[in-house]
Design a protein around this ligand. Structure first.
Ligand code: ADP
Length: 700
């Protein structure tokens, strides 16, 4: 109670301060208008323009600190005064909806010397931290730590579907995800495929894991040896689920199975920007592992690595050390593997590939959610999100994706049983070490005022690199900390990451607000490695076409007219594909998908149904090629015809691309269209980078 009320007082004081600043800035604004009227009207640089031209409270006036906008200074050079104010005021964070991440968030904000608003704020904040979803709050500006639709996208069924589309296109590249079937829809397929493989190889004795959709913390999960066991367990009658091949030979440490929780920051959707935390957590089982057999199938402490389950085992070991116990840092595992001669650079590189490929599988539909929740032209926040990737290392060190969490636990304490039945929350050092760094450094990367500070104190930021060369230049390699030695060199070669060479120093003292902080723990992996992965982004390009023809703002499904317009504008109908056949294709595929998906919000063709239709059209048109080349050729063809249409429109003086929404064409409006792919003879398109334009708005 005490703490709550003092925080409330503090918030009230900040609120009052902000209002005072609003007034001060309004006065400065007045001075500016006057001076403009007296002489040349003052031009603002793009940097100085408020981001949201929203009306009632210009951003510059919203979050101020009266101290730094002295009236005299404003009189002399009001633009510079506002700049100075922005470069010195603290970033504001609304933590009122942070829930279980609140403790780690508070520590992070304190370390950054930013301003927290634990009860929200009347005026807009720079950053909104949500514990659950994008929709926790109504926000119209700033940045929010969730993307719309992410929770839906990483549900077990949706993730499996998204990965399966990629597996169809690129089976080799996406073999890091176990073969999965969706229940109840694909039960017959599951039975048939298992029988087929068994018939071909009678020695195959598989195990499967059944996971209820939307479940978490191991809830409702069980292992089976035969498809018929599913019926016995009643899943078909109850919740939809995913049944998946069980990885029988995991890497063991101390005879125990463990998994890895890695934190991944999706900094922006378009352009795609991905960061991976250099350290994560390893969660251990609490019963020695044996390959599954009918006797041990039910031993959850042997097969499931969930912390929430194993904490209830008598064998769970709490430890203050990061390299022992039932929860350890991932770096301590790498350290141990390295000491046994394992090539940990390769392990880390494979993990980075897995993460990038998984995000590439998720982004197409996320874009559809995004344009539906934050339609172009309407005020809205930009988004970023920390994702929790659960990864299993196989005995041969190949990483396997288990699942992605939209709301990874950011708790930094754990329950401890003091005496039988009496529990208390105690700080967990391992959690704190990893999670606070992830939240703090996410905030640093999202810092909306960093640019302003860099402009205002250029010396500090440009000097830094010269004064502090990369750690690797300053230390003999034998002394490098293990985590640093894991940083990628090969096979994922790329430009040097600036964050790698920016260790902060206490001696920066005076004006660099990050001088007291360690170097950023999040490593950029995309676009850093874009060249190696861009060829995989075919569905992304299909999503751009899909969004272009959606028509009505806010919808996520394509109507029959939109689909017809797509066919017509991309010149896909022919004597062998009449418009009547197109209508039948639309009805068939849409009906099937709508009967499968639970989402009945609006009728029409969802993105996955569109992708299926697109595959069908591509296979018809470019018969002899492998699927990914057929699809790439059709995308090229569509983009080519659409860019021709856009050009025609420009020449006719009509703004925006033909056929759909303005300016979100599949190819850049100013690109000169190249020759279309000829049937059966596609241009060299399979490795081309996605030609997304989205100049209309960046998704984040
Ligand atoms: P939940 O969201 O309920 O935690 P997961 O998909 O993470 O569901 O599965 C729970 C645990 O089951 C994982 O942490 C892992 O230990 C184990 N597990 C899940 N899938 C597999 C698999 N395909 N092979 C082996 N173990 C698995």
């Amino acid at each position: 109670m005490q703490r709550g009320s003092s925080e409330r007082e503090l918030a009230a004081r900040w609120e009052a301060e902000a209002v005072a600043v609003t007034k001060a800035l309004a006065a400065a604004e007045q001075v500016r208008v006057d001076s403009g009227a007296a002489g040349e009207p003052e031009r603002k640089t793009p940097e100085e323009q408020p981001k949201d031209p929203a009306p009632a409270q210009p951003r510059a006036a919203e979050e101020g600190d009266a101290r730094v906008v002295p009236r005299a200074a404003a009189h002399a050079a009001p633009g510079r005064a506002a700049d100075e104010y922005h470069s010195q005021r603290p970033v504001t964070v609304d933590s009122s909806k942070a829930r279980t991440s609140l403790d780690a968030l508070k520590i992070s904000i304190r370390q950054l010397k930013w301003k927290e608003f634990p009860f929200g704020r009347r005026l807009p904040c720079d950053i909104y931290w949500h514990g659950v979803s994008f929709h926790d709050n109504d926000i119209f500006s700033g940045q929010v730590n969730k993307f719309p639709g992410m929770t839906e996208m990483v549900r077990k069924i949706t993730l499996s579907r998204a990965v399966r589309i990629m597996q169809n296109l690129f089976p080799e590249e996406y073999n890091f995800y176990p073969r999965s079937w969706i229940l109840p829809d694909e039960f017959q397929l599951f039975v048939a495929q298992v029988r087929m493989v068994k018939d071909g190889d009678p020695s195959w004795k598989p195990t499967f894991i059944v996971k209820p959709d939307g479940g978490c913390q191991g809830d409702g999960i069980y292992l089976i040896k035969d498809p018929s066991d599913i019926r016995l367990a009643g899943t078909l009658q109850s919740r939809p689920a995913v049944v998946q091949e069980y990885i029988c030979k995991p890497l063991l440490i101390d005879k125990l199975k463990f998994d890895i929780r890695l934190y991944v920051l999706l900094k922006s959707l378009d352009p795609l920007e991905i960061y991976i935390a250099k350290d994560g957590l390893s969660r251990f089982c609490t019963e020695p592992y044996q390959e599954p057999n009918p006797k041990n199938l039910h031993h959850i402490f042997m097969h499931l690595t969930n912390y929430s389950l194993n904490i209830h085992s008598g064998n769970f070991v709490h430890s203050d050390s990061t390299s022992t116990g039932s929860k350890r840092t991932f770096s301590s595992i790498l350290c141990r593997l390295s000491s046994k001669g394992v090539d940990i650079k390769k392990v880390w590189s494979d993990i980075i590939s897995l993460v990038i490929k998984t995000v590439i599988a998720l982004t197409p539909e996320l874009k559809v959610f995004y344009q539906s929740d934050i339609p172009a032209g309407r005020p809205g926040p930009t988004c970023f999100q920390i994702l929790g990737f659960d990864i299993l290392l196989m005995k041969n060190l190949k990483p396997i994706l288990l699942e992605v969490n939209a709301n990874p636990s950011m708790r930094i304490e754990h329950e401890q049983e003091l005496s039988p039945g009496v529990f208390e929350n105690v700080p967990s050092l391992v959690d704190e070490e990893v999670k606070v760094a992830v939240i703090r450094d996410t905030l640093r990367l999202m810092d909306p005022l960093k640019k302003k500070r860099e402009n205002h104190f250029p010396d500090i930021y440009t000097d830094r690199k010269h004064r502090f060369p990369p750690v690797s230049d300053r230390m003999p390699s034998s002394q490098l900390p293990v985590v640093r030695s894991q940083q990628l060199t090969k096979p994922l070669a790329a430009k040097e990451d600036p964050s790698d060479s920016e260790p902060a120093s206490a001696s920066d003292g005076n004006a660099d607000p990050e001088a007291h902080l360690p170097s950023i723990c999040l490593k950029q992996v995309f676009p850093k490695y874009a060249k190696q992965f861009n060829y995989l982004r075919l569905v992304d390009r299909m999503a751009n076409l899909f969004i272009r023809f959606l028509g009505i703002k806010g919808t996520m499904k394509l109507g029959p007219t939109g689909f017809r317009t797509f066919i017509r504008n991309c010149k896909l109908s022919s004597s062998s594909l009449s418009m009547a056949a197109v209508d039948i294709l639309y009805i068939d595929i849409t009906r099937r998908w709508n009967s499968m998906t639970l989402d009945q919000r609006d009728s029409g063709m969802c993105l996955q149904a569109f992708v299926e239709a697109f595959f069908y059209l591509a296979q018809r048109k470019f018969k002899t090629l492998p699927l990914h080349e057929q699809v790439a050729s059709l995308i090229d063809l569509c983009e080519y015809h659409l860019s021709l249409l856009d050009e025609k429109r420009l020449v006719c003086g009509r703004s925006g691309p033909a056929g759909g929404r303005p300016l979100d064409s599949g190819s850049p409006p100013d690109a000169t269209p190249s020759a279309p792919p000829v049937e059966g003879h596609p241009p060299s398109c399979t490795n081309s980078a996605p030609k997304t334009a989205h100049s209309r708005h960046a998704l984040s």
